[in-house]
Design a protein around this ligand. Structure first.
Ligand code: ZN
Ligand code: ZN
Length: 289
């Protein structure tokens, strides 16, 4: 990263993991990638990560190579395993010079501090949160809360809790900085035309990262319907993008069974519904101009 980029404050995205449900290494997923979900947003010297799937492990390696010390802000959408499993192997939490702030939504019976102190402790993991050498701070988020950060130009993260993920709900985020806006909306099952709260948060965004786990056929499969599972089809994501008039739609949280070949077909189909659509793949970088 150049000094000029650091000074500009532009929002820069990098996808470290794009797979939903569980990691999928293998010959059929080399192009799109097999790590579970994690999206990085940089603005100046600020480093934010959205979700902590196994993709977060690669980001951690990159950070400790880049700098000897620093702070990283991780925003969790919810607490399903594919969104937290990378945190246990995130290098900054094992380094006393690093400060990791983890924000997570307060959902029914699930607060970030309680969930993580249970999942990162014996018998699930040998090291407990308190034993980690790095400084780890856990911050519960309420719907409507805005986190303001600056380095050097201001960045804000708006939080909305949505019931678009069944049972416990999910947090969706809008990141604003340097005049640009990115919306992160995964593990949501968008209704026809999109839920009003999701469309509202995404309105006019430069980039909308939206769950697109299923094809229409999978979603409505007569024997194994995915209705009510908390994920969208590619067509639903396109409808939200259109309703919110975003500039670019990024399809995200790909189903583990979807091969690189199928993803190419889905991308082409999606562009017939919403022209400015791309499939998220590991290593993809985008800059919000
Ligand atoms: Zn998920
Ligand atoms: Zn989920």
């Amino acid at each position: 990263m150049g000094l000029e980029e650091e000074r500009s404050g532009r929002l820069r995205l990098r996808f470290w993991g794009v797979r939903g449900s569980y990691p999928t290494p293998g010959a059929g997923t080399v192009r799109v990638g097999g790590n579970s979900v994690c999206m990085e947003v940089r603005a100046g010297r600020l480093c934010l990560a959205f979700d902590a799937g196994t993709g977060l492990i690669g980001l951690g390696r990159q950070l400790v190579q880049e700098r000897t010390r620093g702070t990283v802000h991780i925003f969790l959408s919810h607490y399903h395993h594919d969104h937290i499993e990378g945190l246990r192997f995130f290098q900054p939490v094992y380094d006393r010079r690093w400060h990791t702030v983890v924000y997570g939504p307060s959902l029914p019976r699930a607060r970030v501090d309680r969930v993580l102190s249970r999942s990162m402790a014996p018998p699930f993991f040998p090291v407990s949160l308190e034993e980690l050498p790095g400084r780890v701070e856990l911050r519960p988020l309420k719907s409507g809360s805005t986190i303001r950060l600056a380095s050097p130009s201001p960045v804000q993260v708006l939080t909305r809790l949505s019931t678009a993920h069944p049972k416990l709900g999910v947090a969706i985020y809008r990141i604003e900085g340097n005049g640009g806006a990115v919306v992160y909306a995964t593990d949501i099952e968008s209704a026809r035309g999109g839920f009003a709260d999701v469309v509202e948060l995404a309105r006019g965004a430069d980039v909308l990262v939206h769950d697109a786990q299923y094809t229409e056929d999978e979603y409505r499969d007569a024997l194994r319907s995915r209705v009510g599972w908390g994920h969208s089809t590619v067509a639903m994501a396109c409808e939200v993008a259109r309703a919110a008039a975003v500039k670019l739609l990024v399809l995200y949280h790909h189903d583990p069974s979807h091969s690189d070949r199928l993803m190419r077909v889905l991308e082409q189909d999606a562009r017939k519904r919403f022209r400015s659509t791309i499939v998220a793949r590991e290593g993809l970088e985008l800059t919000v101009e």
